[in-house]
Design a protein. Structure first.
Ligand SMILES: [Zn+2]
Length: 262
């Protein structure tokens, strides 16, 4: 762009110089004519003879200067416009380069806000529930039971059920969970404790199950409440000294606890 302009500007300078030279020549000729003319003899003929040629040169010079001036100012305006134009043309490009990373940053979600896959979210929720249970002062656990829960060996439904019993009765004491329970509940039948799906409830609301399994007593109230739970969360084994139907049946070796299992 600029390289194309250079000859034009040179030409304009040339025309201007030509005009100046013409003007100087015209003045010189006029002076020569005046100087060479006799002082008093005939002054009119010399200026008359010299005047048309000198005046013509002066007019041509002035015209060329005018043309050069007009052309130069026109080109200057063009140049200024051109200099302003790239700035405007560059500005959006620069803006785009600035905006682009911002837009990109908006598109890329922050690592913290990225949602976890459903199984990871579920595992996290179960771990949170386990931690809450371990910190719950209304839940009494044996050291082995605490270790089972901390190690994630206990079914989430049991965790929720223990939390529910603590809430419903104000306090819950849990015996065996996984560790420490015998493998077989009866010959040939593997206990659900082994799979982390059973809990032995030893006390509710600070009152032991042992000695409170009489009709209408603590154990009966608790069992009836458990049987009234929605099927999805209701234990499939509720073993005590009481047989109240459905998953509730009696076993003589359950005088001091209620066995709950899924
Ligand atoms: Zn049990």
């Amino acid at each position: 762009m600029v390289a194309r302009r250079v000859p034009v500007r040179g030409m304009l300078v040339g025309v201007a110089l030509l005009g100046l030279a013409g003007l100087a020549l015209a003045r010189l000729r006029a002076r020569d004519t005046v100087a060479s003319a006799p002082p008093a003899a005939a002054p009119p003929p010399a200026p008359l003879r010299a005047a048309p040629r000198g005046r013509l040169l002066a007019v041509l010079a002035a015209a060329s200067l005018l043309v050069a001036g007009v052309a130069f100012s026109a080109e200057r305006r063009e140049l200024l416009a051109e200099q302003a134009a790239p700035a405007q043309a560059v500005a959006p490009a620069r803006d785009r380069s600035v905006r682009e990373p911002v837009a990109h940053a908006r598109r890329v979600p922050k690592p913290r806000s990225r949602p976890l896959p459903a199984p990871a979210r579920a595992a996290e929720a179960v771990a949170r529930l386990a931690r809450r249970l371990l910190e719950n002062r209304r839940v009494s656990l044996s050291p082995a039971g605490r270790a089972d829960i901390a190690a994630g060996r206990v079914d989430v439904r049991l965790l929720a059920l223990i939390e529910y019993l603590a809430d419903a009765h104000g306090q819950v004491a849990v015996g065996s969970l996984v560790t420490g329970h015998r493998r077989f509940s009866r010959p040939g039948v593997v206990s659900r404790h082994v799979y982390g799906r059973a809990a032995d409830i030893r006390a509710l609301g600070g009152v032991p199950i042992a000695g409170n399994q009489q009709p209408g007593g603590l154990a009966e109230r608790a069992v009836r409440e458990l049987l009234a739970l929605p099927p999805a969360v209701r234990p499939s084994q509720v073993i005590s000294l009481l047989a109240l139907g459905g998953p509730s049946w009696a076993q003589p070796d359950h005088e001091d606890h209620i066995h709950l299992a899924y």
